[in-house]
Design a protein around this ligand. Structure first.
Ligand SMILES: C[S@@+](CC[C@H](N)C(=O)[O-])C[C@H]1O[C@@H](n2cnc3c(N)ncnc32)[C@H](O)[C@@H]1O
Length: 298
């Protein structure tokens, strides 16, 4: 596993950073895995504010994150281009047996949203890709081209909780039959706009749920989260903490159930913690965040 340089040229504002520092520092960690390194904001806050900390192992699937150049690499930080599912390999590469905490801040960063080539934001037209790692797997446009109408509708319903999934799938297939297969962000968001009635208060774009579904599918987001929460007790020292910020109900349900169903976890947050009103006002991206923490039992 190759280690990467790191810089701080990110525009991402970290979500619930005070809470992350508070709950991670509570177990006096020496080694912390930041499984979703992104802009590195959480890692930097932990390094600056947790005295016991000797090493943060940052992981991110996005090559753009770990390829940022930096002349003055941060002390006590090692960043790897890998899925957080591969945390055991990163621990081995750093020659440590266990971490004392693992932080997951799910979803995507503002840097990824701002990148026109990735397809994450329907404000910009561009290829309908939606992969965190554009060097592996298939883009969302290719995934759509390979699926049946039913499979597309089921995925949009299951992973986007979109009521109008069947209409959307029908239009995707109809476009392919007209030899105009969906390849771009605007083609896809136009279909959603035609198929999904505007919500009453216009608070959610008609394409939001469909793009969430496609992103979850092409990145296997829920599968990776589920497998990681099953494996993580083996990566953490006794008393170590698993700290997870989720942004939608499908992720939060997986975290809640994983903590409940495995008796190696002692749940520290009976109800998920939410960002303060002040944080949401300053950083609207935080509004749907839910933070759950569990401790590795003996
Ligand atoms: C919300 S951002 C993290 C922001 C970061 N905590 C900060 O404070 O700057 C989520 C990051 O997780 C990454 N990511 C998504 N799935 C991943 C996975 N399976 N393994 C590693 N990184 C992943 C994305 O590429 C993105 O950079």
């Amino acid at each position: 596993m190759e280690e990467a340089d790191q810089s701080n040229d990110s525009c991402h504002v970290s979500v619930m950073p005070d809470e992350i520092v508070e709950w991670v520092s509570g177990c006096k960690p020496k080694v912390v895995i930041d499984g979703t390194f992104g802009g590195g904001g959480h890692s930097r806050r932990m390094i600056d504010e947790i005295e016991s900390l000797e090493l943060v192992i940052g992981l991110d699937r996005d090559p753009a994150v770990v390829r940022r150049d930096d002349d003055d690499a941060i002390d006590r930080l090692s960043v790897f281009l890998a899925s957080y599912e591969q945390a055991a390999k990163a621990l081995a590469a750093c020659e440590v047996d266990h971490a004392d905490a693992m932080v997951l801040d799910l979803g995507l960063s503002s840097d990824q949203l701002a990148d026109r080539e990735r397809g994450f934001s329907f404000q910009f037209d561009g290829p309908l890709d939606l992969r965190f790692d554009p060097e592996n797997g298939i883009p969302a446009s290719e995934w759509l081209a390979r699926q049946s109408e039913k499979a597309i509708a089921d995925a949009i319903y299951q992973f986007g909780e979109e009521r109008y999934s069947r209409r959307i799938a029908r239009e995707v297939i109809a476009a392919a039959k007209r030899r105009e297969p969906v390849r771009t962000v605007h083609q896809m968001s136009d279909i959603c706009r035609r198929c999904v009635p505007r919500s009453k208060n216009h608070d959610i774009h008609p394409a939001t749920r469909t793009f969430q579904a496609l992103r979850i599918v092409v990145n296997d987001e829920l599968g990776i989260l589920t497998r990681t929460l099953q494996a993580a007790p083996d990566w953490l020292s006794v008393g170590g903490r698993m700290v997870v910020i989720s942004f939608h109900s499908l992720e939060d349900r997986i975290v809640k159930q994983a903590f409940r169903e495995d008796d190696r976890w002692n749940i520290l947050t009976k109800k998920p913690l939410r960002p303060t009103d002040a944080e949401v006002a300053a950083n609207p991206r935080a509004r749907s965040a839910k933070l759950r923490i569990a401790e590795r039992c003996d």
